[in-house]
Design a protein around this ligand. Structure first.
Ligand code: 9UX
Length: 72
C-alpha cells in the first residue's frame, strides 16, 4: 500500500527551486507523486514503502540543495 510523507524544506525561494526538488524526488524508485509548495516550504510525497522510505526521500531533497526535515 501507499505511504504519505510531508517534509519541511528550507531555502526554496523560487518556482525553479521547487522544480529541482520535485525532479530530485521523482528520480527515486517507488514515487507515486510529489507536490512541492514553495510558499509554505513544504513537500508532500506519496510513495510505495517497499521501494523507498522517508529518509531516502529526505536525502534526495538535500541533494537538490535544500535542508529538509520530516514534518509528519
Ligand atoms: Mo533561482 Mo531558486 O537561482 O534558488 S532556482 S532562486
Amino acid at each position: 500500500s501507499e505511504a504519505k510523507a510531508l517534509f519541511s524544506v528550507v531555502g526554496m525561494t523560487c518556482s525553479a527551486c521547487a522544480g529541482s526538488v520535485e525532479k530530485g524526488i521523482k528520480r527515486l524508485p517507488g514515487i507515486r507523486e510529489a507536490v512541492v509548495d514553495v510558499l509554505n516550504n513544504r513537500a508532500m510525497v506519496l510513495f510505495h514503502p517497499s521501494f523507498v522510505n522517508d529518509e531516502t526521500i529526505r536525502e534526495a531533497i538535500e541533494d537538490a540543495g535544500f535542508e529538509a526535515t520530516l514534518f509528519r
